[in-house]
Design a protein around this ligand. Structure first.
Ligand code: CTP
Length: 404
C-alpha cells in the first residue's frame, strides 16, 4: 500500500533508535522510499552508515554540511516526502518541535515541511508524564501533528516500567498506512467502531464496569483507518493510546455511548466491539456513600441500559449497510451467538469465548467464530491486530459486493 510513497524518517536520540532501523526495513518492504535524518544525539545510538545502508541512500545529519545542502538542501528534504515520521520522538525533540526550533537539520526540516508529520514518542515514563511534555504534546496535536504510541511496558532502564515505550515498527507502519492509505479498499467509506468497557457510576467514587481493555475495538478502528476509511471510534475508559488518523470520542456510560454513536451517523459500517455494561444503578449518589450510612451494606437496584447495537441495527432509516456485533460468551458460544445475530438484527456476529483462563478479555490474542446467516466460520487463534485486519478485509469485500 506504500508503493512509491516517500517518507522522511527523523531519528531522535533515544535507546529506541535501534528499532528505527527495523522501521526502515518494514517501510521499504511495503514499497516506500525512505530518507533519513539523524540528530546528533541519535548518532550515539545508531550510525548514519547503518541507517543509510538500510535506506539505500546516505543518511543526512548536518544542517551546515555543504554537500547535503548542494545535494538536496533542508527545504527539499522537508518538502519532497509525502509524510515525515519522527521515531523515536524524544522529549527534547518534541519540545523543540513545539517551540518551532530550527537549530539543527532535524528541527529545521520539521519546521520547513508542509507535509503531515507522525511522531512516535519514546521516553522514560516520568518524562512522558511530565507537565512540560504533555503541554508540548497538546501543542503539537493542536498543530495537526499525528501521534502513534507510546506503549506501556518495560523500559530500557532496569526495573522501570510504565507508558513510554516507542510503538513497535509494525504499529508505526500501520499508522503511516492510515495516514497515506487514503486510496485503500475502504477509502470513501465511513466506519464507526465502539470499544472498551462502559463505567456506570454508583456514587461519586464507585462504578460498575468489566474487564474489557478496548484492544480489539481499537485494533479494528486502526485497521479500518489503515484501509483508508474515515473512522469514528467511540470508546469507553481505556488506557490505550488513540489509534492514528481516527477521530476518537470518549465516553463513560452506556447512555453516553449511544448518544455518541447516534451523533456519528450516518456511517457505511458499524462495528460494536464495546463491552457495554448491561445494567446501571437505578440511582447514583452525588456524594460518596458512607460504609455505615444505612447501618448495613447498601442494596444496589439496577436498571437495564439501552442496547446500542440492537438500537442501531433496528433503525428504519439510516441503518448502516453493514452492522457487526460481538458475542462475549462463557457457555454455549455458538448457540448464543446465533441467537444474538437474530435478536439484535445485525449482519455478522464475531463470537468469542471469554471464560476465565482463555485470556481473551484484556489479553492480546483472540479466537473468533464468524457467525452470519450464511453459516459459521471458525478462525484460528491470533493476535487482536490480525483479527482486526481480517475483519477489515472481510468488510472491504462485503462493501465491494454491495457496490456492484
Ligand atoms: N451491546 C451493545 N449495547 C449493550 C450490550 C451489548 O451495543 N447494552 C453489543 C456489544 O457491543 C456486542 C453485542 O452487543 O457487540 C453483544 O454483547 P454481549 O455482551 O456479548 O451480549 P449482551 O447483549 O450483553 O447479552 P448477554 O450479556 O446476555 O450475553
Amino acid at each position: 500500500m506504500l508503493k512509491s510513497r516517500r517518507i522522511l524518517l527523523v531519528i531522535g536520540g533515544g535507546i529506541a533508535a535501534y528499532k528505527s532501523l527495523g522501521l526502515i526495513r518494514r517501510l521499504r518492504e511495503c514499497g516506500a522510499h525512505v530518507r533519513c535524518i539523524l540528530t546528533a544525539a541519535a548518532q550515539h545510538f545508531v550510525t548514519p552508515l547503518a541507517a543509510g545502508a538500510l535506506c539505500g541512500e546516505r543518511a543526512f545529519t548536518d544542517l551546515f554540511d555543504a554537500k547535503s545542502e548542494f545535494d538536496v538542501g533542508h527545504v527539499r528534504l522537508a518538502r519532497d516526502p509525502d509524510l515525515v515520521v519522527v521515531a523515536p520522538a524524544t522529549a527534547d525533540l518534541i519540545a523543540r518541535m513545539a517551540g518551532g526550533h530550527a537549530d539543527d537539520l532535524a528541527a529545521a526540516a520539521l519546521l520547513a515541511t508542509d507535509k503531515p508529520i507522525l511522531i512516535a514518542p519514546a521516553m522514560n515514563p516520568q518524562m512522558w508524564a511530565a507537565k512540560a511534555t504533555q503541554r508540548n504534546l497538546a501543542q503539537l496535536k493542536a498543530d495537526g501533528v499525528h501521534v502513534v504510541g507510546p506503549n506501556a511496558g518495560e523500559m530500557a532502564e532496569r526495573g522501570e516500567a510504565g507508558i513510554g515505550r516507542m510503538a513497535e515498527p509494525l504499529e508505526i507502519v500501520a499508522a503511516v498506512e492510515a495516514l497515506l492509505g487514503r486510496a485503500g479498499p475502504l477509502s470513501g467509506k465511513r466506519v464507526l467502531v465502539t470499544s472498551g468497557p462502559t463505567c456506570e457510576p454508583i456514587d461519586a467514587v464507585r462504578y460498575i464496569a468489566n474487564r474489557s481493555s478496548g484492544k480489539q475495538g481499537h485494533a479494528i478502528a486502526a485497521a479500518a483507518a489503515a484501509a483508508g476509511a474515515d473512522v469514528v471510534l467511540v470508546s469507553g475508559p481505556v488506557s490505550l493510546p488513540d489509534p492514528p488518523a481516527v477521530s476518537v470520542v470518549r465516553v463513560e456510560t452506556a447512555r453516553e455511548m449511544l448518544a455518541a454513536v447516534e451523533k456519528a451517523l450516518p456511517v457505511d459500517v458499524a462495528v460494536f466491539a464495546a463491552a457495554v455494561a448491561d445494567w446501571r444503578p437505578e440511582r447514583q449518589s452525588a456524594g460518596k456513600i458512607k460504609k455505615r450510612q444505612h447501618g448495613q451494606p447498601p442494596t444496589l437496584a439496577l436498571v437495564e441500559n439501552p442496547d446500542i447495537l440492537s438500537t442501531i441495527a433496528h433503525r428504519k432509516s439510516g441503518r448502516p449497510r453493514l452492522v457487526i456485533g460481538f458475542a462475549a460468551e462463557t457457555d454455549h458460544v455458538l448457540a448464543n451467538a446465533k441467537a444474538k445475530l437474530a435478536a439484535k438484527s445485525c449482519d455478522w456476529i464475531l463470537a468469542n469465548d471469554v471464560s476465565p483462563g482463555t485470556g481473551i478479555m484484556g489479553g492480546d490474542t483472540n479466537t473468533i467464530t464468524l457467525v452470519t446467516t450464511a453459516g459459521i466460520e471458525p478462525w484460528p487463534p491470533q493476535s487482536k491486530e490480525n483479527v482486526a485486519r481480517t475483519v477489515v478485509e472481510r468488510i472491504a469485500a462485503a462493501m465491494a459486493d454491495t457496490n456492484s
